[in-house]
Every structure is written in structure tokens, then in C-alpha cells.
Write a protein that binds this ligand. Structure first.
Ligand code: CJW
Length: 835
């Protein structure tokens, strides 16, 4: 006879109480063996390293999960204010190594694996990157949630669980070929599906108005096609502090009702097609970086993220406070990672009014007190606009709300600037024209209490240019938060030898207070320290060389200057300028102008958006130029140009410790911040750069004498419009003329006539927005200074140490502290770490 108690639907606390897991080597070995042998069913006959990686990861994950629960309970107990970071991208990379560092298990686990006959580095290397992002914006989100956990701030990351992440890049005949990235193929041990927290998301249908029992007007959104959003949670550990926060990623699934209905109508195939179309929503990450793509599926993705995340936060609220929203804004906020999730402004209004019965003013006051917006780009092609017609079809209720927000907003603008019709047109959330469009950035600004840019120059340009009208209306909303990177991944984990030297010299406080790196500066004068520093750099360069040798059978010498540009391929980032300089060096070698030569190895890597014609041509160009130079016996070791295929987070972890020179050469005013620049600096690379994005602040921190500056300023770039004359610049510069002649004579495409005409044409055009030709001379001159500096090894090493020592500002711990002090205002929550 079953006992009555067995009918209880909730687990009792008895089954939830577990003994704490051990943190010693023997505990890890025991758990590893159990997972490997039992759960995974493997033994000594197994040839694949993958299962050993999984067994270790499961053992590590268990230790994260027990801290995760404690963190959850601590937050619940304190009923603290929470922030939610909404982002369409979280470019997490690999998890295992980071988890071990943050649990303080790196050495113990390495010894445990060694005793079991396994090499830790190989296990770490067998993990797939979670490539759920395009570049800087997605990686920033990943660094941010790492810092939030390290600072013990109650912050949840909300995003999408794409089945296919950023494509993997093959280079075939010098051209980019995209291969789907099925990163979940072998499973993902780090995530936990939480079907019990699923949310329904509405699409299509229409709205109806009725009067409710309290006599209030209520809008119903009906006849919708619903899709389920199911959360997958990943633990995000802080650095050795017991805190484990949550990254919650939504997967789209078909509702059972939806399928049944179609099925009952006898159309099985339709039902399956409908299921597919629902599940397609989170199938793939759009591979665009800083350019809008405007596809319906992307709007569906954005709405699914916003709606599911807001419903989740509201249901947690209601679970504790019922339908009382008085304190909601004091206890919750949402940081919008660019405009991609900005439909959340309208969705929060809908949920508060239509579902929870608040009136407009109350709902609007909550929305405006909880939303905060970060802008990441000034490029017009990246600014999101959605067609009003598309919006009406896909999200009719949201469109009504946006129109109403706009009406209220324009009334406010009119009151502020009576009779100023132009301003109303300029500021309206709806852009008029052949087709009406919703300006998502304006929706985000109007709905938020904070608007920030990501570096000082960028924030200034937002206020003076793109958002000037809004800045005039609400100056207090605008602020700057200069980006950063997490020093745990971008120094401790990727460069363990350098990290050990730093810790030996100044202690380990830098891991959580990166400003302490300044204490390294005096060591720049210590010869023994410099020697060790240089040895470590050489060994990091050797690792990079070994990797290249393995993959491409190319021999590189670690004595050459490693000159690196890795980032998305985009005209504004000016990979072309880099190649023009390489061609100039090649031309010098061919002319015999090689006195006092500095051997140089130029490494360029990055992905092009599959539909971006010019970016793809740039990749082909780099490969062709590289092929000519690398095979020319006259050149030898003096110069190499290598394209690094499939650039991604785990590649950067090998590349940035091995770089001598970091190329940050965008047209001034175009790169909002850059974050690769910070990773290189932290690892002791010197920067050659324009006064753009965070380069300006890097130079301020390290001093002009330790930075190679070149190029037009943002003001000069703007002033040169309308009278830019690249032809005359070429005519007056003998070196540049020779470079352009080589291009025009098809020196790098002898059997592929005309393939680079578009590139040559764009550089020579007086309308070239990127002013490549304008900056050639000053770039070449700055590169000459680089060469001279590199020849003096002691001097170079000093500068390298000083760069690392000055990189303290660029920790996301500093960035997040500023977000918290000035925008979120959360109180850190201590978590008992005695597991
Ligand atoms: O954000 C980084 C900055 C970097 C900036 C990048 C950015 O270019 O300078 O360091 C972190 O602040 N990414 C984007 N804008 N700015 C971005 C990324 C993906 C996008 C997009 C814009 C995808 C779409 C549209 C715009 C799309 O429709 O798929």
C-alpha cells in the first residue's frame, strides 16, 4: 500500500539536503571515475578524449551547482534588488578552465588528471566554444556576467540558446567558406533545462478591447500563434567567493496545443511544419556584426527574448509579492545590450497593463524606472529600424503600444519646444518615408532612465551627434561606461606563466582589483624581471607558432615582431590599411631597401558577415597578398603575412599572450570602444592605434611614449568630408604610388583578373568613408617607430611591462562597479563559501 505522503507534489527538504562535495584531489578523482565509468559508460578502450573532458566537467559542475543553490537562497532570503542583463548574444567560449579557476581547483584538478594519466591541457582543448555571439558586443556580455558574479551582485543574464552559433570559418582558395557550428552536437554538460519555468510567447493574431469588471478598458491580444520559450540555465561562478549566478538562455519550442489542433484537423504534415517553424526561432545566430539585417525571424528572436525574460522576472515577483507592483521598480532593473532587446520597453507595458491590470501611467512609470539602454555603435547601417507593417502583422499589440508611447512622447517634445515641427519629425519613434519604420534606438531612449555609450569618445559623440535632440531634452539620462574585459579569462587563464610572474612580484590581489597591476611599473627597471617577462612572451609566441605549424605547416620565427590584427572583418576597421603597409614593406624588400630591417610577422584573423561582399573580398585579398609574399624567396624571414582562420574566443586565448603589437587602426569615430585592444594590452602587447574608441583611454593610461599613435582625429575625419582627394595623396606619396601600382597591375591576382577592382576603387574614391589612403603615410611612419623600438629589446620589454601595468582600468570589475554605482544600485550579497 503506498503511503499517503508519496502523493506530495513538492520535494521535501530531506531529499534536497546533500553533504558538501569535497574539494581535494581524491574527491575529484573519485567523482571523475564514477562519471567516466558509470554515467558515461567508458573504460580504458575509449579512444576519444571527449568523455574524459565530460567526466571532469561533470565533477566540476556538481561543485558549481551546490554553490548555485546557496546563492539562490541567499538572494531569496535578502529579497535584494536585482538586475537583468538582456542580450541577444553571450559569447561565452569555453567553460571548464574558467570554472576551475573560479572554484580554486585549477592545480588540484590538473594533479588529479595527471594521476589518472590525462593531460589537462588536452581536456580543456577538447571543449567546443559556445559561440553564441558575433564579436565585441557578445563577448562583453560574457565578461560582464563574470564580473557581476565576482562582485557578488545579483544579476541574471538573459539570452537565446541558439542551436547553431557563429559559423565556423574555412578558408578555401583564399576565400571564406562558412560551415554551420552545431556546438551542441556532443551535448552541453554545463546547462540545465528548466521546463517548469517555460513561458508562452504570442505572435500574430489581433487585438480586441473590452471593459473589465472594474469598468476599466482592457486590451486582449487574441487568435495568436503561441510558441513556448524554455529556459536553459548555466551557472556563472564568481572568483573564489561562493557566488554562482545564472545565465538563462531561451529555446523556442512548439506548444503541445498548437500541434494537437492541427493534428486533429487531420493535417499531420502541417502540424510538423508548424512545430518546425516555431522551433526555428532559436535555430541560428544571425552572423552580422555592426550591420542590421532586418529579417522577420530576427524580430521574432528579439521578441521571444524580451517577452520570455520579462514574464520570468514578473512571475518571480508575483510569487513573492502577489499583484502588488508598488516596490517593483525599486527591486528590479533591466540593462538592454544595444537595441536588440529594446522591444522589452513595449512588452513590459503590455504585461503590466494587459495581464496585470495596471493603468498606463503606473505601467509607464515602472517601465521608465527599470529600463536602461547601452548603445554600442554610431554606424548608421547598424541602427535597427523595423517596418511598421511587419510589426503590425507580427506583434499587433506591441505596435499599438509603441504608437501610444510615441503620442505621449511627442506631446512632451511639443511642450518643451512649442511649434518646432522639424524636431518632432526628427525625434518621432516612427520614421516617415516610403515605408514607415520604428526607430528602435529612440524607443530604447524614451523608455529608459539611463543611456550609455561604451567609451568616452563614443559617449561624447552620442550626446553631440546621433542622440543630440534627446540629450537636450534629458541630459541627466546620458552617461559613459567604458568597456572592460575580465582579467580572470584574459590574463589568469590564458596566460598562466605571466599571471604567475605577476603574482610572485606583487601578490595575487590583482585578480579582483586590477588597478594593483600598477605596482608592476617599478619592475620595468629590473633587468632580471625583464628577462623573465621576455622569456614568457617568447614562450607564448612559440605556442602560437606551434599551433600554426600544426594547422598549416607554416614556419614562423619567434624572433620576428608579431604584429596582430584580429577582429571582425569590416571596412571601418581597416584591415586594408594594414595590408597596404605590408605591401609597402614587401616593396621595400624587393627594392633592397632593407638596412636595419626588423623581421615582422603580420597575423590577421576575423570573420566576414556572409552577405558582406567587401569584407569577403578583403579576406581573399589578405590571403592572396600573403601567398605571394610568403612564397617569395627574396623575402625569407623578413616578412610574413598569415591569415588566421576561424578566429574565435578560444583562438584569442592563444593569440593575445603571443602578440607584440596590437593593431587598433579603425577610422577615428567609428569603433565605439573595442575590447580586443584591452586584452592585448593586459598581456603586454603595445598598441599602434588611432584616436578612436577605448584606444584614447588606453593611451591616456599608458602614456604617449608607450603607444604608437597615428592617423586623423575624429574632427579631422569629419572636416575632410567633401574635399577628400585620395588621387592627389597617392600622386604625392612615392611609396603609396608604388603600392597602388602593384595592386593595379594585378601583382597579387595574376590569374584572377579584376577580382580586387572593387577594393581598389573604394580606396581611391573621394567618397571613401573610411579614409584609408588619408592615413597611409602616418601609419607607415608610426610603423617605422615600432620597428626601431622593437630592435631595442630592453626598451621594448620595458614598454610591454608598462602596458600591462597600466591596464588596470580595463577590467570589467571596474566597468560593472560603475554600472552598479550609477545605474543599477544593487547591494552585494555575501554567500557562504564553506561547501
Ligand atoms: O560592441 C563592442 C565594442 C565595439 C562595437 C561592438 C558592436 O563595434 O567597438 O567594443 C562592445 O561594446 N557590436 C554591434 N554594435 N557594436 C553589433 C553587433 C551585432 C549586431 C549589430 C550590432 C547584429 C545586428 C545588427 C547590429 C543584426 O541585425 O543581426
Amino acid at each position: 500500500m503506498p503511503h499517503r505522503n508519496f502523493k506530495k507534489s513538492k520535494p521535501s527538504s530531506t531529499i534536497c539536503t546533500l553533504p558538501d562535495l569535497g574539494m581535494e584531489k581524491r574527491h575529484l578523482m573519485d567523482d571523475f571515475k564514477r562519471y567516466y565509468g558509470h554515467r558515461l559508460g567508458r573504460d580504458e578502450n575509449c579512444k576519444s578524449l571527449h568523455y574524459a573532458y565530460e567526466a571532469l566537467s561533470l565533477a566540476i559542475s556538481d561543485r558549481l551547482i551546490e554553490r548555485w543553490k546557496k546563492t539562490y537562497n541567499a538572494y531569496k532570503e535578502q529579497d535584494c534588488k536585482r538586475a537583468n542583463y538582456l542580450s541577444m548574444e553571450f559569447l561565452m567560449g569555453r567553460t571548464l578552465s574558467n570554472a576551475m579557476i573560479n572554484l580554486g581547483l585549477t592545480d588540484i584538478a590538473a594533479k588529479a588528471m595527471y594521476d589518472l594519466g590525462l593531460e589537462m591541457e588536452e581536456l580543456i582543448d577538447s571543449e567546443y566554444d559556445a559561440g553564441l555571439g558575433n564579436g565585441g558586443l557578445g563577448r562583453l556580455a560574457a565578461c560582464f556576467i563574470d564580473s557581476c558574479a565576482t562582485l557578488q551582485l545579483p544579476v541574471t543574464g538573459y539570452g537565446l540558446r541558439y542551436e547553431y552559433g557563429m559559423f565556423s570559418q574555412l578558408i578555401i582558395n583564399g576565400e571564406q567558406v562558412e560551415k554551420p557550428d552545431h556546438w551542441l552536437r556532443n551535448g552541453n554538460i554545463w546547462e540545465i533545462e528548466r521546463f517548469e519555468y517555460k513561458q508562452a510567447i504570442k505572435f500574430g493574431g489581433h487585438t480586441e478591447t473590452h471593459i473589465d469588471e472594474r469598468g476599466q478598458k482592457r486590451v486582449c491580444w487574441i487568435d495568436t500563434h503561441d510558441v513556448l520559450a524554455v529556459p536553459y540555465d548555466t551557472p556563472i561562478p564568481g572568483f573564489q567567493n561562493g557566488t554562482v549566478n545564472t545565465l538563462r538562455l531561451w529555446k523556442a519550442m512548439a506548444t503541445e496545443e498548437f500541434n494537437l489542433q492541427e493534428f486533429n484537423e487531420g493535417d499531420y504534415a502541417e502540424a510538423v511544419a508548424a512545430k518546425n517553424s516555431a522551433e526555428n526561432i532559436t535555430m541560428v545566430l544571425y552572423p552580422n556584426d555592426a550591420s542590421e539585417n532586418g529579417k522577420v525571424l530576427r524580430l521574432k528572436q528579439q521578441y521571444l527574448l524580451a517577452s520570455a525574460s520579462l514574464q520570468d522576472v514578473l512571475s518571480i515577483w508575483i510569487g513573492r509579492h502577489g499583484n502588488d507592483f508598488t516596490e517593483f521598480a525599486a527591486k528590479n532593473c533591466f540593462q538592454l545590450n544595444d537595441t536588440h532587446p529594446s522591444i522589452a520597453v513595449a512588452e513590459l507595458m503590455r504585461l503590466l497593463m494587459d495581464i496585470h491590470g495596471l493603468d498606463w501611467d503606473h505601467a509607464w512609470s515602472i517601465t521608465q524606472k527599470t529600463m536602461a539602454y547601452t548603445n554600442h555603435t554610431l554606424l548608421p547601417e547598424a541602427l535597427e529600424r523595423w517596418s511598421v507593417n511587419l510589426f503590425k502583422q507580427l506583434l499587433p499589440r506591441l505596435m499599438e503600444i509603441i504608437f501610444e508611447i510615441n503620442a505621449h512622447f511627442l506631446a512632451e517634445v511639443s511642450a518643451h519646444w512649442p511649434g518646432d515641427k522639424d524636431r518632432l519629425t526628427r525625434m518621432s519613434l516612427i520614421e516617415e518615408g516610403s515605408e514607415q519604420q520604428v526607430r528602435m534606438a529612440y524607443l530604447a531612449i524614451v523608455g529608459s532612465y539611463s543611456v550609455n555609450g561604451v567609451a568616452e569618445l563614443h559617449s561624447k559623440l552620442l550626446q553631440q551627434g546621433l542622440f543630440h535632440d534627446f540629450y537636450e531634452l534629458w541630459p541627466q539620462k546620458f552617461n559613459n561606461k567604458t568597456n572592460g574585459v575580465t582579467p580572470r579569462r584574459w590574463l589568469a587563464s590564458c596566460n598562466p606563466e605571466l599571471a604567475a610572474l605577476i603574482t610572485k612580484s606583487i601578490g595575487d590581489g590583482w585578480l579582483t582589483d586590477l588597478s594593483l597591476l600598477k605596482n608592476l611599473a617599478p619592475f620595468a627597471d629590473d633587468k632580471a624581471f625583464r628577462d623573465r617577462w621576455q622569456q614568457i612572451k617568447l614562450s607564448a609566441k612559440q605556442k602560437l607558432v606551434d599551433l600554426k605549424k600544426q594547422e598549416h605547416d607554416i614556419d614562423l620565427s619567434v624572433n620576428a615582431l608579431f604584429d596582430v590584427q584580429v577582429k571582425r572583418i569590416h571596412e571601418y576597421k581597416r584591415q586594408l590599411l594594414n595590408v597596404l603597409h605590408v605591401i609597402h614593406l614587401y616593396d621595400r624588400i624587393k627594392r633592397g631597401d632593407t638596412a636595419n630591417w626588423t623581421n615582422r610577422c603580420v597575423l590577421i584573423g576575423g570573420k566576414a558577415a556572409p552577405g558582406y561582399y567587401m569584407a569577403k573580398k578583403i579576406i581573399k585579398f589578405i590571403n592572396n597578398v600573403g601567398s605571394v609574399i610568403n612564397h617569395d624567396p627574396d623575402v625569407g624571414d623578413r616578412l610574413k603575412l598569415i591569415f588566421l582562420p576561424n578566429y574565435r574566443v578560444s583562438a584569442m586565448e592563444i593569440i593575445c599572450p603571443g602578440a607584440d603589437l596590437s593593431e587598433q587602426i579603425s577610422t577615428a569615430g567609428k569603433e565605439a570602444s573595442g575590447t580586443g585592444n584591452m586584452k592585448f594590452m593586459m598581456n603586454g602587447a603595445l598598441t599602434i592605434g588611432t584616436l578612436d574608441g577605448a584606444n584614447i583611454e588606453i593611451r591616456e593610461e599608458v602614456g604617449n611614449e608607450n603607444f604608437f599613435l597615428f592617423g586623423l582625429t575624429e574632427e579631422q575625419v569629419e572636416a575632410s568630408r567633401n574635399h577628400y582627394d585620395p588621387a592627389s595623396i597617392i600622386e604625392q606619396d612615392e611609396d603609396l604610388k608604388r603600392v597602388m601600382n602593384l595592386l593595379e597591375w594585378s601583382h597579387f591576382n595574376q590569374f584572377e583578373p579584376g577580382i580586387f577592382d572593387a577594393l581598389i576603387g573604394s580606396m581611391k574614391s573621394p567618397h571613401d568613408p573610411w579614409l584609408t589612403i588619408a592615413d597611409f603615410r602616418s601609419f607607415v611612419d608610426a610603423q617605422k617607430l615600432v620597428e626601431a623600438a622593437y630592435q631595442d629589446t630592453e626598451h621594448w620589454t620595458r614598454m610591454s611591462i608598462l602596458n600591462c601595468a597600466a591596464s588596470g582600468k580595463f577590467s570589467t570589475d571596474r566597468t560593472i562597479t560603475e554600472y552598479n554605482n550609477e545605474i543599477w544600485k544593487l547591494t552585494p550579497v555575501k554567500v557562504d563559501d564553506n561547501c
